[in-house]
Design a protein around this ligand. Sequence first.
Ligand SMILES: Cc1cc2nc3c(=O)[nH]c(=O)nc-3n(C[C@H](O)[C@H](O)[C@H](O)COP(=O)(O)OP(=O)(O)OC[C@H]3O[C@@H](n4cnc5c(N)ncnc54)[C@H](O)[C@@H]3O)c2cc1C
Length: 538
Amino acid sequence: MEEISTDILVIGGGLAGVLSALEAEKSGLDVLIVGKFAIGLGTNTSLGSFFTAANSRFSKQDHFDATVKAGKGLCNVNLVKVLVENGPTAIGALTAYGVPMIERGIGYGIDLPAHSAQLPGVVLMKGLVERLRGTSTRLLPGLTIFDLVIEEGEIQGAFGFFKDGKPCLIRSKSTILATGGAGAIYQRNDNQRSILGDGYTLALQAGLSLYDLEFVQYYPLVLAEPRLSTFIVDTEPKEARLVNEKGRDLLEVLGISQNIQQATMTQRDRLSIFLYEASQEGDVYYDLTQVPEEAWGHFPLNFLKKSRFPFRERPFLVSPAVHFFMGGVETDEKGATGIPGLFAAGEVVWGLHGANRHGGNALTECAVFGIIAGHSAAEYARQRESPQSQGIAPEPLTRKWERKANHYLRRRRGVFDHPRDLLKGLKSIAWKYAGPVREEKFLKEGLDHLVSLEKRIEQVYPATPSELFRKKELENVSLLIRAILEGSLLRTESRGSFYRADFPQPDDSHWLKHTCYRLEKGEFKFTHPPTKPPPSVH
Ligand SMILES: Cc1cc2nc3c(=O)[nH]c(=O)nc-3n(C[C@H](O)[C@H](O)[C@H](O)COP(=O)(O)OP(=O)(O)OC[C@H]3O[C@@H](n4cnc5c(N)ncnc54)[C@H](O)[C@@H]3O)c2cc1C
């Protein structure tokens, strides 16, 4: 087993992780950043583009109001205040790191040449990672964290495996969890394939509670052609049309007079539910054949133009898809979790967005709270004596984690199901039973199907390193799907992105509450703490 020591460990190479590493490094302490794959690329951040934050036309009050309005009574107002207050400064920090930020609409975008077909998020992350490489921070891609290491109630680091199956124990004085969300646990999603909610299961298994996991945000219009990768395709030109198999204009059916891009910004939930229901009856197409030539020079159409698929000649399949998780780990305004020394930032964190996220707030959240978590983790590490001087001897810890590694790597013969097929089965249960439209009888049906898959997952015994990772994924994903199905059954109302066809209205008298998920002996225990402080407080 490889052993590494550092002052500050950052788990996750998206915007929240990379920015927290850049800020923590300024303290002069040792920083190590690890990611399942590359640091920076292959993350959800590399797919994003827009930051909502106060600018010359959009005030802090406007930002606050828009965020709380979208959150439908469930936002943690203290976190919203931190976001709003620090948004412009965080954008300034990105500019200082060399990212070409430009004021746009209600926030900021990445300033790229007019006809550039580069993904803005890729430009953002390439720039920041290059900057990180110029510091003393150690970058360790290709290490998947399986467990947080907690001793005597305090974080001591993390344990994981390299791609070749070699185990690794990292000792750290403080740790930042920045593993992103879990969109890819659904059959239809626009996330990177690796975004499977690892941070949520790491937190649950370390004894932390999670909150509001049942709130999943959908993006209404994502490419659904089977041979193409998923890609958000809403566009500005008014000539773009959304049609069903019979050629009927679906925005007309819904009575929406905005262009498609405006509708996806302002009526995301309504459009997602409608398109989900329409797709149960037949295919839904996006038709760009009437879009004039000049519009194809701009992003994202110029990106589509590069594909071999004839986007300009024929309508193509689209579908709503899972986009973002509002739920997650609880932190305070300094990014601290309930475990001393463990901080969290980015999509893995719960609270700010309430029942639905306002567009552009996720990247701003990563920037603002990534910076804060970096400072907090550095401060904690600086004040903390080394774990050895606190009586935690290195040898017993090593032996403990060697035993754990052997347990993970133990090979046994068993019933053989291909992990890929099982993962497909899990994703399909998530989409069918815990997707945009939920209902008691289907949620229960989903749980029944899940039980039979869970039994088959138990009997997957990894024989190769790759199967070791697949088995862990299956366990994580099935746990999260169970959480969402069970949590959704309890919430008997509809609010924000959460829609129960059997309870289609919000119920403020009973449900201005959060759902708290706690894992006890492998079973979820639920409580429903009321929101605090009231959303009207500013
Ligand atoms: C297509 C798309 C477009 C979007 N556009 C926007 C937008 O324009 N504006 C906006 O505000 N939001 C947008 N979002 C949302 C936003 O991009 C994400 O919420 C945000 O980027 C999440 O950043 P993060 O740093 O928390 O995690 P990510 O960027 O997802 O990075 C997570 C990192 O954690 C690593 N990791 C995960 N598990 C482990 C593990 N077990 N061990 C080690 N490493 C691990 C991953 O490999 C990855 O490096 C978009 C999302 C998508 C999918």
